[in-house]
Design a protein around this ligand. Structure first.
Ligand code: XMP
Length: 509
């Protein structure tokens, strides 16, 4: 049983289920997302202080709609149902649920008291997304909220400690949604709120110390956020960590130097830097096909790492930067399936190790960043934007050469510099330059030029699965364009990519 206050979210298939878990954690309570058929015994064993039934796309009156173990409602542990979760609980306890009236989008909820709405105004905007509604509350339940079209928007049975809301408190559009969750956690479940990254970092270090001690640990440092925070955490706790950092020559300007400065110079970590640019460029010579380039870069990376790992010999632990969304995607709750999400494709196969250690497997990405700051890593590492494994190798369109990489690196640096100066870093999810293979005619001074076209790509996104092009102000784009054509030889034209994903992808290759 965990000593940490734990709230369990049962997953009934809502698109917002990860968001519920994140909101709970933002309120300083550790939260796990588990399958809807998790048993009451398993929940008890976890020592859960609260259970949340998520929403979901199904109807409770269809037989194949996901169900929950009825014994959960008898545990005496507070329960909150959201949307489908509310309807399911109501039906399980003898109430009635019917189809319609459907509500999608903003609605004004009117409350009439109840523990969830303590200290909140009587009416406010909430976010709805449902086709069914509670037509008759289960015996013993009181209606605590409604909208003009949905008579039962809030229900409670304080004696049984069971509560429910029809709207989605986890989405930002629900004006007081965060307060509703807070009232449930602090008012009903009585939590103290012990989930902070300060506590996590201290507990993780203690656990790693106990598990690893002075045994041999190996980590592939890629420069990415997850592997960086994982390695730094392990370093805090263990003496015998070796990090291998492969400089492929395909990284951005100053990136490799920054990794070495932060980890080796400042933190005193044992980092082996392998300068492999020449190897990668030799392998990439004459190759223009994007898929072939990706395969070559991935394969070469593994070979370089394998050679270095062999020099170190057998290790006890291999550090992986797996984070909670990777764990969820690999099948929540199936603890027997240890699928290590390989940040650097296929590594475990080529390293002689006894066990994988994944210090971040409980954390969401924003928590990984908060943890990184907590243990003193700089923003240049912690807030680093997503960067593809094959690096600039897939941002030089067509054949990759040292000259093209140089041009791209300098142009990309100017773009990033101007975005930072304009204070837009936080608004844009990813922004970078692409050296297109197209050369066009230009005029500089009185001379004709025939140089490369550079594309600027900047997108807003939540997870990289879909994206929109970022509306960067024209004056910022103008500064970027002016600086690049003036400061870098080899580029005479700049275009801005205004396609969303889909139909385009974020990267060009
Ligand atoms: P696309 O281009 O598919 O990119 O829209 C979505 C996100 O994934 C990143 N990306 C990669 N990340 N290895 C990675 O680790 C890769 O091979 C790779 N390809 C694309 C891309 O930068 C964007 O954030």
């Amino acid at each position: 049983m965990s000593t940490r206050e734990t709230v369990v979210v049962l997953d009934f298939g809502s698109q917002y289920n990860q968001l519920i878990a994140r909101r709970v954690r933002e309120l300083d309570v550790y939260c796990e997302l588990l399958p809807h058929d998790t048993t009451a015994a398993a929940i008890k064993q976890k020592g859960a202080v609260g259970v949340i039934f998520s929403g979901g796309p199904d109807s409770v009156y269809f037989n194949d709609g996901p169900k929950a173990d009825p014994a959960i409602l008898e545990l005496g542990v507070p329960v909150l149902g959201i949307c489908y979760g509310l309807q399911l609980i109501n039906q399980m306890l003898g109430g009635e649920v019917k189809g319609g009236p459907a509500e999608f989008g903003r609605r004004v909820v009117k409350t009439t008291g109840g523990a969830l709405f303590q200290g909140l105004p009587d009416s406010w905007e909430c976010w709805m997304s449902h086709g069914d509604f509670v037509s008759r509350p289960a015996p013993g339940f009181t209606v605590t909220a409604s909208t003009d079209t949905c008579p039962v928007t809030g229900l409670e049975n304080p004696e049984k400690k069971i509560y429910g809301v029809q709207f989605h408190p986890e989405v930002a559009h629900s004006r007081y949604g965060r307060d509703v969750l807070k009232n449930f956690l602090y008012g009903v479940c009585g939590v103290k709120g012990d989930w902070t990254m300060k506590n996590f970092a201290a507990q993780a270090a203690a656990a790693l110390r106990g598990k690893i001690g002075d045994k041999k640990v190996l980590c592939a440092l890629s420069g990415g956020v997850d592997s960086a925070v994982a390695a730094a955490l392990v370093h805090e706790a263990c003496k015998n960590l070796t990090c291998i950092f492969v400089d492929t020559g395909l990284m951005r300007k100053n990136e490799a130097a920054e990794v070495m400065r932060v980890f080796k110079d400042e933190r005193g970590m044992n980092v082996i830097k392998v300068d492999a640019e020449a190897r990668f460029l030799t392998k990439l010579k004459g190759v223009a096909d994007p898929e072939k380039k990706r395969k070559i870069i991935g394969g070469e990376f593994i070979r370089v790492f394998e050679e270095e790992a062999k020099k170190i010999g057998s290790v006890d632990f291999l550090v992986q930067g797996t984070i909670y969304p990777d764990v969820i995607e690999s099948g929540v709750g199936k603890s027997a399936v240890i699928k290590s999400h390989h940040n650097v494709g296929g590594l475990p196969d080529v390293v002689d190790f006894k066990e994988i250690v994944e210090p971040l497997r409980e954390l969401f990405k924003d928590e990984v960043r908060a943890c990184g700051f907590e243990i003193g890593l700089p923003a240049s590492i912690v807030m680093r934007q997503p960067f593809p494994g094959p690096g600039l190798g897939i941002r030089v369109i067509g054949e990759v050469t040292s000259d093209k990489l140089h041009i791209l690196r300098e142009a990309d640096f100017i773009f990033r510099d101007e975005v930072a100066k304009a204070g837009l870093e936080k608004e844009i999810w990813q922004y970078f330059a692409v050296l297109t293979g197209t050369q066009t005619v230009g005029v500089m001074g009185d001379c004709r030029t025939y140089d490369y076209t550079l594309a600027l790509r900047a997108v807003t996104s939540v997870d990289g699965m879909t994206a929109d092009w970022a509306r960067i102000p024209h004056d910022v784009l103008e500064r970027v364009s002016n600086r690049i054509v003036n400061e870098i030889k080899g580029i005479n034209r700049i275009v801005y990519d205004i396609t969303s994903k889909p139909p385009a992808t974020i990267e060009w290759e």
